[in-house]
Design a protein around this ligand. Structure first.
Ligand code: IMP
Length: 195
């Protein structure tokens, strides 16, 4: 069975492919020659994941899954949430996003936050949603240089290191995205799909 992961990111694609049975072949947007910008206009993570998966299924006819992630900060009533990528304005810039977040949290003692990933899967006419959450705290300043996005200012619960001070493998085991993907993978294995 062929299934599209609505991303151009080859690393994300490889990560998921190696977790799946050989009978499931994961294709990227590049593989299906989809080069359009898919609109992410929903006000929720699930909404955006569904838009992306539906875009591919409707226009290209494939079974497809798509993900969307946000950082939800308790003291900011869940912001930046679905707007995490462009919190600091356009063009999207991780440093600008972190500067704005640290500035908005300047006087706040409640530093609790969570990353959330939602995956929408379109499979044979049905839609399924999977969610992964990683709880933690926002630091007062950046630490570490690995990873991307808000990684330098996020410390997951139970750890001393920020995400940006961890290896990709370490982060993947506990991360929001890792947890959402694990659920998707378990679901696809449970189907026992043939080639
Ligand atoms: P996306 O849905 O994976 O594109 O994520 C949206 C935005 O959330 C990204 O542009 C980052 O700002 C942030 N983000 C997503 N995942 C992570 C992560 O694992 N670490 C840090 N920031 C992330």
């Amino acid at each position: 069975m062929k299934i599209v992961f609505a991303t151009h990111n080859q690393n994300k694609l490889k990560e998921v492919q190696q977790l799946l049975p050989e009978s499931i072949q994961v294709l990227s947007l590049t593989d299906i020659h989809c080069h359009e910008e898919i609109p992410e206009t929903a006000e929720t993570l699930a909404g955006n994941a569904r838009i992306k998966a539906d875009f591919v299924t409707k226009n290209y006819g494939y079974n497809c899954f798509a993900d969307d992630t946000g950082l939800e900060v308790a003291a900011l009533n869940g912001a930046p949430g679905v707007y995490s990528a462009r919190y600091g304005g356009l063009p999207r810039d991780a440093d600008a996003n972190m500067r704005k977040l640290l500035s908005n949290l300047k006087d706040k003692t409640d530093r609790s936050a969570q990353f959330k990933t939602v995956i929408a899967l379109n499979l044979n006419g049905k839609q399924y949603l999977f969610e992964g959450v990683c709880k933690g705290e926002i630091l007062y300043e950046k630490r570490g240089s690995a990873g991307f996005g808000y990684d330098p200012i996020f410390v997951p619960d139970g750890f001393k290191e920020s995400f940006a001070e961890m290896s990709m493998e370490e982060k993947g085991k506990i991360s929001h995205r890792g947890r959402a993907v694990a659920q998707l993978v378990a679901f696809l294995w449970s189907l026992k799909v043939g080639p």
